[in-house]
Every structure is written in C-alpha cells, then in structure tokens.
Ligand binder design. Structure first.
Ligand code: ATP
Length: 626
C-alpha cells in the first residue's frame, strides 16, 4: 500500500455526471482527448503565468508541452503535461467534486434519453471526467510545480463511486493521466487515430502537443525516442484572418469554450494605434446551464502578449453579453495585471466599450441570416434584454437586435424586430405600442387589444419576466416612443379621426351619471372610473396610472420578498356594451354586485389576483341564479 492511501467517495453530482456521460456520449466519445489536452494546455498556461513572478517554478524545464503516448499491449493512452500540476488538496477538490453552483438542479433535468441528455451535457461541459467514456480505470499522477518530489499524488478510480489518493514520489511537476481503455475503445490505442484527433481538435492551441516515435535499437544502437510535435502549436488568434479556415475557428472555439457544438458566429480583429490588442469573440449556439447563475463562468480569456493571464475576465464585456466567449490578447497591459488592477484601469474601460460595440455589430451581422439569428435569440434573447438597462449608451443598437412576438404574426415565437414594426406603422401612428402580461396568451387575449385589432394597429406582445424591466429602460426606438397600452389615457394620435374623437367625448358625457354610480359602488377599490374607447367586445378593463409600477414587476418584487405599495387601478367601462346598458337600468344591490363583478373580471383578465375571490364567486353565483 502506498503512503497515506485514502479512499473517498465522489460527490453525488459527480456520480450522476459520470453515469450520464458514459451513457449519453458514446457516439461522441473521441472528445475525451480534446478535453484532456485542453486541461493540459490550461495547466501549462497557468504555470507560465505563475512563473512570471518566480521562474524557479519551471524547475529547469520551461519548455511547456503536452505529450500523448499509447501502449496497445497494456491498452492504455496517456496524456501528460508539464504544467502547474496539483497537490493533494487540489486533487481531492478538482477530481472528486464539482464546485459549480446550480449543478444539482441541472442534473435533475436529465431524462435518461440519450440524445436529449447528450445535448444537456453539452451545456455543462464534460472536462476531466470524460476520460471515463473510454476508460474503465483512470490513474492520475501529478505534482504541483515548486513543491518537493515527495509531494506527488496519485489518484485512481474506476469511475464507480469512489476514488483513492495516495502520496507518491514524482520527479517531474505537472500531470500525467493514464487511461486504461475499455475493451470497446481499443481503437484509441493507435498512432494514426490519435494524431488525427490531435490535429482535428488541438492544432490551434499554442502549447505543442507531441507524440513519440520509437526507433527500436539493435545490437549496435540503443532504442531512441524522438518526439514529434503533432499540432501546429501557434495560437490561432495571432495568425492572419485570411489564413484561418472556418474549421480552424470552430475547433478553437471548442477549446476555449469547452463546448462541443459549433459556434454560431465569430469576429476576429486586430486593433492597432493607441491601444493594441487582438480579440476573437464567439457566439455559442447553445446557452450554458448556468447562464442565469450569478457566479456562472463568463467573459473572455485574457492574454497579455500571448501569455495567458486569467479566465473569465469579466471586465471586458458587460453582463448582458456574458454569453460571448473568446480571447483577448493585449500588448499594452502589464504582465502582472490582476483582476483588481483590471477593474480600475482606464484602458480596460476603453477596450470594454470597443469590444461591446464589436460584439453588438457581430450580432447585427448574424441577424442577416434569420434562421441563425432566431437560434441565437431563442438561446440568449432574454439575456440581451438586460442590455438597455445596463448599457444606456448602446440602447438604440440593442433595441435593433431585440425580437418580439407581436399581433402581426400572433405567434409566441419572438421573431419580429422593432424595425419590422416601424416599417408596418400606419399613417399618423407615432408610437410603438406594447402590452405586458404573464403569458403569451394573456397578452394576446387582453381586452386592451380590442381597439387595436379593430383598427389594424400592431401591438408588441410582451410576456418574458424581464420585459417590464426592459421597457422601463427602452423608452424609444428610431424616434418613436414605446407606449404601454394598459397605462394612462389612450391617445391614438392622428389615427383617430376628428369625428371619432368627438363621438368619444359625447359618449363619455352621456354616461357621466353612470360613471358616478360606479364610483360610489366601488368606493376605494379603484382610483378612478371612466368611459373607455379601448374596448369593442369586453364590458370593462383596468388601466394603470402612467407612472405606476406594472403588475409584472410587482409580482417579481413580491416573490423576492419585497413589499410593494398597493396600487389602485383605474376602471374603464365600455359605453357600447350590453352589460353596461343593463347596469344603467339596475339599482341597489344588483347594481352593486354587477359593478363589483365587472371590476373583478377586468382584474382577472389582466392576470391579476383578487383580494377577495370568494366574494366574487358568491356575487357571480347570485347573479347566475337570479
Ligand atoms: N492536467 C491538469 N493539470 C492541472 N490541473 C488540472 C488538470 N486537469 C484538470 N485539472 C484541474 O481540475 C479541475 C477540473 O477539471 P475539469 O476538466 O473537470 O473541469 P474544468 O476544466 O474546470 O471545466 P470544463 O472543462 O468543464 O470547462 C480544473 O479546473 C483544474 O483545476
């Protein structure tokens, strides 16, 4: 038994992930090699960064590299790096647990259906554990650079629930991963196969990936091993755009993003002048599972003069573009910059605004391909909707990238742009009209739409949780005000003719007495009662005062445990409706009941909840049995 051997159980999440991976990624299993090479290259990047301060960490071996070997008799494939390595504590934490928050919830969605789960796991990223797709035992030997040789660690596991760690002596720093191949995965113990996979997946990373060629010795010569670098080993972003193929861009994306789907689009630029940097930004085709987790990974990888500095450099893009992945390589920042310094550096602020514009332009271009853009929108639209609030100066640009459901298509698919809407505006129409509700159907069937449908005026139908938040910050687009049709007075501007306006006024006058009786019957349940011209089919609707917080936002805040001031609605009644006419001729309790029922119904139609639902039911039943 080796020194200090310890057997530990995997965290539950790891067990679930392993099970899922082995079952769902069978047809994709070659990706294990890319994942292990990526980890090795990342470990080299980390060592290079730490060695900036202390080059003793190289221990005399500054030639950073990843090596791959196989042994078809022993049925093993080995991936080795001379990067930063791990100590015992790191090994237990990194190769026994998953520290990303939201993992347990993510894993709950798994269904056991191979295809569906393979997609889901793509959102998660597979990493180190992917070794178990092809191996029935994995052995890791590692030592943290700069620690004594006795502090090496060996980790082994059959991927079945537990792993062991033991102290070992290890002369080299860095990590070696030995995969004991499953019987059905022996194809990977093959030189040609491994080389072609390295070229396919790892050509573009700047760490060399090498494989040995063994020259068997004879009586006179010794056996010699020569190492051949198999990948191109030139950082992709440093090469001229014209020389990079689409496939190379895609492969590099998979390395930086740890994703195994292709990206939707990318933008590669070299900026010269006062600030010099290269950026390579990608839009993924799928949202990661933790897109809405505050601590979820985001941002870009930062390099300074080709030396990797940090992952998740969130300072270079605003939060609403957190789905963008990629690399920035700056010539101006100092090599020992830290996250704290980045936060205060005015150069970083300038780069951030340039990169933000670049990312928005990239999305603008993507929008030329409506199918690809729809894919983008379905994945990331609700994140982009955070944009106008976060980035006021770009709100017009972001406004142009938004997509909505509208009454034009009457479909829940959000595929209409505000520019499309403006192109269809009626003569005399000044505003862009919208309605916010809790669901698409509640929006689409709201009584507030009646007059708009009658007049053929398009209305944007909003039903995402962020929509009200969005609309409080996006007040205008292309010179047109965005107007909530459920608030304040309805003014259709020049669309209503003079005669119509006059008729409305006369109608209101004729019903003054009725309106007064309503006010008395409803008391302080309402702020105001008035005659409406919004409705053609419904008897009544509720309207919010112009500057009042909307129902959606109120419910969000209430759900978050915040107290919100009570708001009293304005009740508007349709003077042409039969029920209203009937009310005009009823008195006493029956007037009272009907007025209350009308108010309650209007609130329900708006998706609101009643203060006293039992009273509503009682009144309605009384009326039905009368
Ligand atoms: N070759 C290696 N050298 C040093 N550390 C490693 C190596 N491989 C893995 N690790 C450590 O183990 C951690 C977990 O690796 P894993 O591949 O599971 O996830 P990840 O690389 O963090 O995330 P993902 O690959 O899903 O983006 C890494 O973050 C790293 O700290």
């Amino acid at each position: 038994m080796s020194a200090q051997e310890q057997t530990l159980g995997f965290q539950t999440e790891v067990k679930q992930l392993l099970h899922l991976m082995i079952n769902s990624l069978y047809s994709n299993r070659e990706i294990f090699l890319r994942e292990l090479i990526s980890n090795g290259a990342d470990a080299c990047d980390k060592l290079r960064y730490r060695a900036l301060e202390d080059d003793g960490l190289y221990e005399g071996d500054a030639d950073l590299r990843v090596e791959i070997e196989f042994d078809s008799e022993a049925k093993t494939v080995t991936v080795r790096d001379n990067g930063v390595g791990m100590n015992r504590e790191d090994v237990i934490a990194n190769l026994g647990t998953i520290a990303r928050s939201g993992t347990a919830d993510f894993l709950k969605q798994l269904s056991g259906e191979q295809q569906k789960d393979a997609k889901l796991i793509g959102q998660f990223g597979v990493g180190f554990y992917s070794g178990f797709i092809v191996a029935d035992e994995v052995v890791v030997r590692t030592r943290l650079a700069g620690t004594p040789a006795e502090q090496g660690v060996e980790w082994r596991s059959r991927g079945e629930g537990e792993f062991t760690v033991a102290d070992i002596e290890r002369a080299e720093h860095g990590t070696e991963i030995v995969l004991h191949l499953k019987e059905d995965a022996l194809e990977f113990a093959d030189e040609y196969r491994l080389k072609s996979l390295v070229r396919k997946y790892s050509d573009h990373i700047d760490v060399p990936v090498r494989m040995p060629t063994v020259q068997e010795g004879d009586e006179e010569t010794d056996t010699t091993i020569t190492w051949e670098t198999v990948n191109e080993a030139q950082a992709l972003w440093t090469r001229p755009k014209s020389e990079i193929s689409e496939d190379e861009y895609k492969a590099f994306y998979k390395h930086v993003a740890h994703d195994f789907s292709d990206p939707l689009t990318w933008s590669h630029n070299r900026v010269e002048g006062k600030l010099e940097y290269t950026s390579l930004l990608y839009v993924p085709s799928r949202a990661p599972f933790d897109l809405y987790q505050r601590e979820g990974a985001r941002g870009l990888k930062l390099y300074v003069q080709r030396v990797f500095i940090i992952d998740d450099a969130e300072q270079f893009l605003p939060l609403y573009l957190r789905f963008v992945k990629g690399v920035i390589d700056s010539n101006d920042l100092s090599l020992n910059v830290s996250r704290e310094i980045l936060q205060q550096d005015p150069q970083v602020e300038k780069m951030k605004s340039a990169l933000t514009r670049r990312a928005l332009d990239m999305l603008g271009k993507l929008a030329d391909d409506s199918e690809a853009y729809q894919n983008f929108w379905n994945q990331f639209g609700s994140v982009l909707k955070e944009g106008p609030a976060e980035d006021y100066s770009n709100r017009e640009k972001i406004g142009g990238l938004l997509r909505f459901s509208t009454t034009h298509t009457d479909s829940a698919t959000q595929d209409q742009s505000l520019a499309d809407y403006v192109g269809r505006m009626q003569e005399g129409q000044k505003a862009i009209y919208y309605i916010i509700a809790d669901s698409f159907n509640a929006a689409r069937h709201s009584p507030h739409l009646e007059i708009f449908r009658k007049k053929g005026i398009e209305v944007v139908l909003l039903h995402d949780r962020v929509d009200e938040w969005l609309m409080t910050h996006l007040s205008e687009f292309d010179g047109h005000q965005l107007t909530d049709i459920t608030r304040g007075d309805l003014d259709l501007g020049d669309i209503d003719s003079e005669e119509e306006k006059q008729a409305q006024q006369e109608n209101a006058k004729a019903r003054e007495g009725l309106v007064e009786r309503f006010r008395e019957a409803l008391g302080d349940q309402v702020q105001e009662v008035r005659v409406t011209h919004r409705l053609t089919q419904s008897p009544a609707c509720v309207v919010l005062p112009e500057n009042e917080m909307g129902y959606q936002m109120r419910r969000l805040m209430e759900a978050a445990g915040q107290s919100v001031p009570e708001v009293k609605p304005i009740l508007e009644i349709n003077p042409d409706h039969a029920l209203i006419n009937r009310l005009d001729s009823s008195e006493g309790d029956s007037f009272n009941d009907l007025a209350n029922v009308l108010l309650d119904q209007a609130i329900i139609a708006e998706g609101g909840s009643l203060d006293d639902p039992a009273a509503y039911v009682r009144r309605l039943n009384a009326m039905l049995s009368a």
